[in-house]
Write a protein that binds this ligand. Structure first.
Ligand SMILES: Nc1ncnc2c1ncn2[C@@H]1O[C@H](COP(=O)(O)OP(=O)(O)OP(=O)(O)O)[C@@H](O)[C@H]1O
Length: 628
């Protein structure tokens, strides 16, 4: 593809195309007929539509040109070898071959370019969709799976095309033209050829269905295998530390074996199809030769039904009919594989976007939150949040506490549109969240996760993400605002300190500090914070608490609190149990009530095994302070 090519416009699918969704919420094109599939493919890859008529014409010229040779031979044989007939016939034949050659080169070039551009467009659109989905369906289909799927599916298409798949078009054109000319020469001799071709096609189509099903399964198993491999590589430190290497290997072996078995299962019908195709092709050639000799004798020497030239031309034509048919049969498996890849890539691209475009703006100022009888679930699973009704005033700091699995994270995901309510409405500053424009949320509603993701680069670059283009001075001011100047001074190169891939060179606590500085720079109006549960050393923890206090001052904040100090410093605590809010009020008030909060506080006050192993915490340790 030329580097100067303009980017593929986004898919413009026909208005009436409303995809059925599979259980992961992805478009499901598996039951869609070929005409609809082609329409969807053209809609998703507009480049394919460009110059379709010219492409068709080139295919016809390339296919027809090759068939001129038998016609020339027939003419010369029947007219007798006289210079008056041979020379023009040879000239016409040579000219036609030249046109066919040039058309074939142009066609291949054109198809290669168009298809590669279409594939690049699909890749781009697919990756964009993965990003878009990561915001809403990440919990249903992991983004890594989608990327693996997109990459391997489109690789399959490229492999097919590079292995001669482009010839498919020329061969198909040649097949049709040879058949038409054969019929013109002798419909009697064409009859057995066509009957055998019909038998071949009928068998092929039914075996093809089996191949398609098995390839689909094989591709799913290959995707699963790739995900399992990727997971085992990413999770290598955990696997090593937990001593679960043997179990992981067994899981990987099982995934590899399953993928292998699936691939082997595709081979039987594939080979059966090829063998049957070869058999049919040989039979056709024999039928034409024997039938031709018989048919030539039927009329007797005085009135032969077939001239010698006709018979020779027919034998040639059968070859020209058979060769592409053979090619098509042999490539059918790979074509099927590539088609499945193309279809699955199209499924991803045509999955309806969850983005809200041209939605309402989010009114300026601190954000107020209102939930009315909101329930939520993952996929078609059970409700994990039930009938939540809660108000959070602008500027209020609310801590969300509860046992593991009680629904705290899901509540946070509801506020940031990572989970759609199954019932009820979430309203931010008077506007239903589902109607707020996607562009209105970044920078205004910011999530600080437990273990923030940092890009491989400098500390400064990672902080500046909060306000793209921010100068170092602005980042330093944000750090100062959070009281982090002293912490910065402990780093070897200040803002220029490299953080390593995913921020691995920093501790979890330090990554949270970077995320807090990034958030301060963004200056959001609603902060949703998932407090780190572990891995924060006491010194960094003091810095995190101070930075948090500064960041949340005057901003609406929802903290998923795992420690008492965080709950105690909030204006109000929401206690979750089994997906419901069972208590709500300031920390001190809740301490005076009978209820689950007292149980949580007791658990928080119990020293952990880690703390028992450590020397006794000093009075300054914020987490050990008796807040009661
Ligand atoms: N992606 C998911 N798919 C299916 N179920 C999920 C998913 N994420 C969470 N759940 C389920 O939803 C329920 C609430 O989970 P959630 O993560 O909101 O709880 P939590 O209180 O934040 O727990 P923790 O403190 O352990 O993070 C749990 O039963 C959990 O198993």
């Amino acid at each position: 593809m030329s580097s100067g090519a303009s980017p593929e416009p986004p898919p413009a699918l026909s208005a009436e195309y409303v995809p059925a969704l599979d259980r992961y919420g992805l478009a499901d094109l598996s039951g869609v007929g070929p005409a609809r599939l082609v329409a969807v493919a053209l809609g998703a890859s507009p480049r394919l539509r460009e110059g379709l008529a010219l492409t068709g014409l080139l295919a016809l010229l390339a296919g027809a040109g090759r068939i001129v040779a038998p016609l020339t031979v027939q003419h010369v044989l029947d007219a007798g070898p006289r210079p008056g007939s041979v020379t023009p016939a040879v000239l016409v034949g040579s000219g036609a071959l030249l046109v066919a050659g040039v058309s074939s080169v142009l066609l291949n070039r054109r198809l290669q370019f168009q298809v590669e551009r279409a594939l690049a467009g699909l890749r781009r659109a697919g990756l964009r969709r993965v990003h878009d989905m990561a915001a809403t369906t990440a919990d249903r289909v992991p983004s890594a799976d989608l990327v693996t799927r997109l990459t391997s599916d489109l690789d399959q298409v490229t492999t097919f095309l590079q292995g001669g798949g482009i010839q498919f078009v020329t061969n198909a054109a040649q097949l049709v033209i040879a058949m038409v000319i054969m019929l013109i020469y002798s419909w009697v001799l064409s009859l057995p050829v066509l009957l055998l071709a019909v038998a071949l096609v009928v068998t092929m189509v039914s075996v093809q269905r089996v191949i398609a099903r098995r390839f689909d399964q094989a591709r799913r198993d290959l995707s699963r295998m790739q995900s399992a491999v990727a997971e085992s590589v990413t999770g290598a430190p955990v696997i090593r530390s937990t001593g679960t290497g043997r179990r992981t290997r067994a899981k990987l072996d099982e995934a590899v074996d399953r993928a292998r078995d699936s691939l082997v299962r595709t081979l039987w019908p594939l080979h059966g199809n090829t063998a049957f195709g070869e058999l049919a092709i040989s039979t056709m050639t024999i039928a034409v030769i024997l039938g031709g000799v018989w048919w030539a004798r039927v009329g007797g020497p005085a009135q032969p039904r077939l001239t010698a030239g006709d018979l020779v031309a027919m034998v040639f034509l059968v070859t020209f009919f058979v060769r592409p048919l053979q090619f098509l049969v042999q490539s059918l498996g790979e074509a099927q594989n590539a088609l499945t890849g193309w279809r699955r890539a199209l499924e991803l691209v045509t999955t309806p976007s969850a983005e809200v475009r041209h939605g309402a703006p989010l009114p300026a100022g601190p954000v107020g939150v209102a939930l009315d009888r909101v329930s939520a679930r993952y996929g078609d699973g059970p409700l994990v949040l039930r009938e939540l009704t809660v108000r959070i005033a602008p500027g209020e700091h609310v801590a969300v506490v509860g046992r593991t699995g009680s629904g705290k994270s899901t509540f946070a995901k509801l506020l940031t549109r990572r989970v759609e309510p199954a019932a009820g409405t979430v309203v931010l500053s008077g506007v239903p969240l589902g109607r707020i424009d996607d562009g209105a949320l970044p920078g205004r509603v910011v999530v600080v996760p437990q273990d923030p993701f940092l890009f491989d680069g400098t500390l400064g670059a990672n902080i500046a993400l909060g306000s793209p283009g921010a100068a170092d001075a602005t980042s330093l001011a944000a750090l100062a605002e959070l009281g982090l100047t002293d912490w910065l001074a402990t780093l070897p190169d200040g803002l220029a300190t490299p953080v390593g891939p995913r921020g691995d060179r920093l501790s979890v606590g330090e990554r949270q500090l970077v995320a807090l500085a990034r958030t301060a720079l963004a200056d959001p109006d609603l902060v949703v914070l998932d407090e780190a549960t572990s891995g924060v050393d006491p010194a960094t923890d003091v810095a995190v608490q101070a930075a948090l206090a500064a960041l949340t001052r005057g901003r609406t904040t929802v903290s998923i609190a795992h420690r008492m100090i965080t709950a105690a410093s909030a204006d109000r605590v929401l206690v979750f149990a089994d997906g419901r809010i069972v208590q709500s009020g300031p920390h001190r008030e809740l301490l005076a009530q009978e209820g689950p909060y007292l149980g949580l506080v007791a658990a928080w006050n119990r020293p952990t095994a880690d703390e028992i192993a450590r020397p006794a915490a000093g009075p300054d340790d914020p987490d050990r302070r008796n807040v009661r």
